[in-house]
Design a protein. Structure first.
Lengths: 751, 148
């Protein structure tokens, strides 16, 4: 049989059909007020055995006057929830003390409870009682926050009730509880801070506690008093429901439990928040049974109700203060975002950061594959994996206080992060902000081990549960749970997320705007460059044309010197023209459209070589082209410019009779490196760093065909546009080898 | 006797005009040449009735158009011509210093019949003009009917 702790919940405490001995219960039929059932102890209180009472009418027992008074009350009062006090009459047997009669209706029956306050009970005078209460209320006003308020409350309650121990017990969402305030006799063992499994106050008991404003067990070792007759007066044979009864007998499990704790008497009052059971005020007496009579209980009951009313307020106030604090942090963080360059700078400042204000142990930002950590967190690697899991979750905001149950890999770091609060800042790129909470119950005091099976009664086949045989303190490791995230915390991070997203959108709009502006200004610059070249070239061409005209038409009139000077004008304007063309070409490299396509480097090089051979028919050039160069994703126009310039360069700066040009490729770190090598004049290493500068020439204008000095600058620019780089391996007189890549290289080890 | 229709050159620069004429002469070009220094003036000559100018001059059979002109530039003139409903049967060849691909594409899209980048050297100049004239006057048949 599968027996777990929830089996306890089946015990039907309210249908026991018995009461405690400190009062008498009568069950009556209306309107005749005929007694149909009576507790077996009626003789002790009323002087009439229950056998004789059953069948009688109430006026026979109480007399006409008292019965009439009760009838009046019955007309005006509904008596459907708790027992309500009807009348108090002098004690019937000895005229000593008073009997208090209260009533309640259930299932069409009237239940009357008789409770005696004997004359020798030491009553605190009313004036003193009220002054004590006033004092208590005064004290309670001094409490700042819920916990200090409750601490004062238990102190005061112990004074007022005289119980040796008063504690306040708060339920968690799962029904388990914790002692959050305690006032006790110095000799007693402290229960403060203990956690109780949900089964210690099972669901039926919790429901009954919520119904009764006060439960009192004057003597744990009482003998239950059955009702007579034991057949139910109800037609369907159900036992009479004693849920609201003050005298109702309690669960054996409860008394057993109390015995384990060494308690002799208890008084329990519910603390309700918005009509829901929030916690309990539990008073215990350990040295002897303790009975509080009606008059003594009444003000305490009022007090517990007053506490209930304050709890909601105080808890809200605590949350309100926390919420206000989070609001302030929120404003500050968003303020930081205003000027920070990125999330990391804004959210991880020294003064204000992700951990400011919020009750979390660690925080993390994952952006563009980079993890930034703060406080107590899992490792960067673990956070990275966690983010990958988060991506599969649809929510933009995720809160859990038992992460290892949602994400089993979190077992490895549950001690530091059993609680996770995460916000997603981008769907496409992996951007998350996370807060972590430690495993809170890793070292918690449990009042009994909830994992230890309860003992089943050896005789009982229907799973009657025995109370704990021991109340020893168990240290229980509840793995994988943190304190749950509060609504205001979730609200805070949601708000933060929204604002961060808004800022992102704002920034990307700005970027689009800037890009558009940049594009326009690029276009304008481009037209400007063309227009200026045009304007510079026009007069230059005029000079050149006129000089040529002079030379052609007026040759006969010119002296030898004049002839030379005309030659010089033509030469200089030619140079100027080349210079302008080169400059235009250089500025054009940036305008080559960045469309990347697959391109066979071999075919591209062969095309260029064909062209070069055609344009340099007088040179004797040997090309040695490696046949297996790769096919690359690249910008064909750009790559053409690169090879063209390097090959032209190799031919130009070469005085050998046979010019040898070797073109090939080798691989370094998975990246192809191309080279163009010649047997030309070479370049001294002194100049290696200058040769890629525009218009940097190493030779005179009339040497080596008089280039403009822009070729290598254009080459380098074209390579940079491809994402690659160029370098030179050369020595003067030993030829030159230009090496280059057409894309980024991987410097690290790739996985 | 049928009068030969002239070649129109729209060119503001005297130097360039002189060099073109020199090159034409070198190639043995014999037709009359009329010159407009501004695009507006050229338009009025091409469309005398439209622009309410008395048509006393003969219409050109070919126009060489510079782009960089004061006032309305060559490109604007081409655009203007395109907007005039009456179609122009006279081919217009652009001669410019500009080698800006955008300029070249724009000229063709506005109906230019050709585009020549003004050469830097005179021998190239003569070569270009020779090719051009050979094409338009010896290869294709241009309208020769004179207005009455």
């Amino acid at each position: 049989m599968n027996v777990d702790l929830s089996s306890c919940d089946r015990e039907q405490v309210h249908l026991v059909g018995a009461i405690q001995p400190h009062g008498v219960l009568l069950v009556l039929e209306e309107p005749a007020l005929r007694i149909v059932q009576a507790s077996n102890n009626s003789a002790d209180f009323l002087g009439i055995p229950c056998e004789l009472l059953v069948g009688q009418c109430l006026d026979g027992l109480l007399g006409g006057e008292n019965t009439a008074a009760i009838r009046t009350q019955l007309v005006t009062k509904k008596l459907i929830s708790a027992f309500t006090h009807l009348i108090s009459v002098p004690f019937l047997l000895h005229r000593d003390g008073v009997v208090h009669i209260s009533g309640n209706r259930i299932d069409g029956l009237l239940l009357l409870e008789f409770e005696r306050t004997s004359g020798n009970v030491q009553m605190i005078p009313a004036y003193e009682y009220s002054s004590r209460l006033q004092d208590m209320i005064q004290q309670l006003h001094g409490g700042a926050g819920l916990l200090s308020f409750l601490t004062i409350a238990v102190e005061q309650l112990r004074i007022v009730t005289g119980f040796e121990r008063v504690m306040i017990y708060r339920f968690d969402r799962d029904g388990s509880g914790e002692v959050i305030a305690e006032s006790k006799d110095a000799a007693l063992e402290a229960y403060f801070g203990l956690h109780y499994p949900a089964s210690d106050v099972p669901e039926p008991a919790r429901r009954l506690f919520a119904l009764s404003p006060l439960r009192h067990l004057p003597d744990v070792d009482y003998v239950p008093v059955p009702l007579f007759p034991d057949q139910s007066p109800l037609i369907d044979g159900r036992p009479v429901d004693l849920s609201h009864s003050f005298l109702r007998s309690v669960s054996e499990m409860y008394t057993g439990y109390l015995r384990n704790m060494g308690a002799k008497a208890t008084l329990v009052m519910p603390l309700l928040k918005s009509d829901k059971l929030w916690g309990l005020i539990s008073c215990m007496h350990h040295s002897e049974p303790k009975y509080l009579v009606y008059e003594q209980r009444f003000p305490i009951e009022l007090l517990s109700r007053m506490l209930s009313l304050r709890i909601g307020d105080l808890e809200n106030l605590d949350q309100y203060a926390y919420r206000t604090q989070l609001d302030q942090v929120y404003s500050q963080l968003i303020g930081e975002m205003g000027w920070a360059k990125n999330h990391q700078e804004a959210l991880f400042g020294n003064k204000i950061n992700l951990l400011s204000g919020i009750d979390a142990d660690g925080a993390a930002l994952l952006e563009a594959g980079k993890v930034t950590l703060l406080g107590i967190t899992p490792t960067e690697y673990q956070v990275g994996l966690l983010a990958e899991w988060l991506v599969q979750q649809e929510a933009g905001v995720l809160a859990t206080h038992y992460l290892p149950y949602d994400y089993p890999a979190a077992e490895d770091f549950s001690a530091v992060a059993s609680g996770l609060l995460a916000i997603r800042l981008s769907r496409t790129s992996l951007t998350w902000v996370m807060w972590f909470r430690r495993e809170v119950l890793s070292e918690t005091h449990w009042a009994g081990d909830p994992n230890k099976p309860v003992i089943i009664n050896s005789k009982g086949k229907e799973c009657r549960l025995q109370p704990r045989s021991s109340f020893a303190l168990w240290k229980e490791t509840v793995r994988g749970h943190s304190h749950p995230w509060l609504d205001c915390e979730i609200d805070y991070v949601s708000k933060l997320r929204q604002s961060l997203l808004d800022i992102l959108v704002e920034r990307s709009c700005q970027l689009v705007r800037l890009n558009t502006e940049l594009e326009l200004s690029n276009q304008a610059l481009n037209s400007f460059v063309y227009a200026s070249f045009h304007d510079l070239k026009e007069p230059l061409r005029g000079i050149h044309n006129y000089a040529e005209l002079l030379q052609l038409e007026e040759d006969g009139h010119l002296s030898e010197k004049g002839h030379q000077r005309i030659e010089t004008i033509i030469y200089l304007t030619d140079r100027m023209h080349h210079f302008l063309e080169a400059l235009l070409q250089y500025s054009h490299i940036s305008n080559i459209e960045q469309d990347f396509q697959t391109c066979s480097i071999n075919r591209l090089v062969e095309d260029i070589v064909d062209l070069v051979k055609m344009t340099n028919p007088n040179d004797c050039i040997t090309f040695d082209i490696q046949p297996d160069m790769p096919v690359m994703m690249c910008n064909q126009t750009g790559v053409k410019v690169i090879f063209q310039n390097l090959i032209m360069n190799a031919i130009k700066y070469n005085s050998e009779a046979v010019k040898t040009i070797k073109i090939g490729c080798y691989i370094i770190n998975d990246c192809p490196v191309f080279f163009v090598q010649d047997n030309g004049i070479g370049i001294s290493s002194v100049f290696h760093k200058y040769i890629f500068q525009p218009f940097k020439r190493l030779h005179g204008h009339k040497e080596f065909g008089g280039g403009s000095g822009i070729g290598l600058a254009i080459t380098q620019k074209a390579i940079t546009r491809q994402g690659g780089r160029i370098w030179i391996e050369s020595e003067e007189g030993k030829g030159t080898k230009f090496c280059f890549t057409l894309g980024p290289e991987f410097t690290g080890i790739r996985d | 006797m049928k009068k030969m229709r002239p070649l129109m050159i729209v060119e503001d620069s005297d130097e360039d005009f002189e060099v073109i004429c020199w090159a034409l002469q070198k190639t043995g070009f014999t037709r009359p040449v009329i010159r407009s220094k501004r695009a507006e003036e050229a338009l009025s000559r091409l469309f005398p009735e439209f622009l309410k100018v008395d048509g006393v001059e003969p219409l050109p059979c070919l126009v060489l158009l510079d782009l960089n002109l004061p006032g309305m530039n060559g490109l604007q003139m081409l655009e203007e011509l395109r907007q005039i409903k009456q179609s122009l049967s006279i081919p217009i060849v652009v001669m410019s210093t500009s080698n800006n691909p955008l300029d070249i594409a724009a000229c063709y899209s506005f109906g230019a019949a050709g585009y020549i980048i003004k050469p830097f050297k005179l021998d190239q100049y003569i070569e270009k003009v020779r090719e051009l004239m050979h094409y338009w006057f010896n290869t294709v048949i241009l309208p020769e009917i004179e207005r009455d």
